[in-house]
Design a protein around this ligand. Structure first.
Ligand code: IPD
Ligand code: CA
Ligand code: CA
Length: 258
């Protein structure tokens, strides 16, 4: 199934790349938007993926009737990084995960602008364009830290930026790309040492978490728990040492540090 999903996701990526006259509508707030391409690409993915597993459920960001769990399901973000897509920032990706009984077995994330296809099969490692990934080891000063702002939910804003400042003091530098699926891939690929965000939906993390986990990286909620595949979760992802250091910084934000 991996090869077929790779073909499908590349085709979805081509649809993103060839998009023009992109217009958006707002969903929950002025920050939370959708374009015709999000909907069209999701429809395409649903049709193609359900041919591979006709009994599977389909969970997609733009669906109204997502079920919360099932024996087999696809979890899909047709365009992750829609604001980047709208403004031509060329940092967006398509993300597809396939899960059985709540466990993600396949994950594919495709950035059509860099032609980078990240993928993992459970137990078989993670790759980009056929090459094995290699993540970073060590503490936060051994690399760049990526953070997401959880832009559609204001409840984590203060803590996110307090953490960003503390991380900045302890890491090589900070980045904010605006496409969470890609953020996981960059940690898995050793381009960054850690990624954190105050809230992500299943389609933002399902594939990326597997790609990171196949590098032996940890993905935890900010409470230190495993992520629940069918709900929103806060996320920190990185090697065990960097994640432990990050949790110390999180504790410091609770004491008012920044
Ligand atoms: C968003 C992006 C962004 C992250 C948000 C996500 P969308 O996804 O991944 O980087 O900060 O939390 O919701 O809405 O562009 O698919
Ligand atoms: Ca999306
Ligand atoms: Ca997303």
């Amino acid at each position: 199934m991996l090869t077929q999903i790779q073909d499908i996701i590349r085709s979805a990526g081509q649809q993103m790349r060839s998009a023009d006259k992109i217009q958006s509508e707002t969903k929950t707030s002025y920050r939370d938007i959708v374009t015709l391409y999000d909907v069209q690409i999701q429809d395409y993915l649903k049709e193609q993926l359900l041919k591979l597993a006709p009994k599977a459920d389909f969970i997609g960001e733009e669906s109204k009737d997502n079920k919360s769990s099932s024996e087999q399901c696809f979890i899909v973000d047709p365009i992750d990084g829609t604001a980047n897509f709208l403004y031509g920032l060329c940092k967006s990706a398509c993300s597809i995960a396939y899960a059985e009984h709540g466990e993600v077995l396949l994950g594919c994330i495709y950035d059509p602008y860099l032609d980078e296809l990240f993928y993992a099969e459970k137990g078989k490692g993670s790759y980009c364009n056929g090459k094995p990934l290699r993540s970073l080891q060590g503490r936060l000063d051994q690399g760049i830290t990526i953070f997401g702002t959880n832009p559609y939910h204001a409840d984590t804003t203060e803590q996110t930026f307090a953490l960003a400042k503390l991380c900045y003091k302890n890491t090589m530098d900070l980045r904010h790309f605006g496409a969470a699926s890609v953020d996981f891939c960059y940690v898995a690929a050793g381009r960054a040492i850690l990624f954190f965000e105050g809230g992500l939906s299943p389609w933002d993390f399902a594939a990326g978490r597997l790609i990171a986990a196949e590098q032996g990286l940890l993905c935890k909620t900010w409470e230190g728990k495993e992520l629940n595949l069918f709900t929103r979760n806060s996320v920190v992802c990185g090697n065990a040492e960097a994640v432990a250091q990050w949790f110390e910084l999180l504790e410091q934000t609770k004491q008012g540090a920044e």
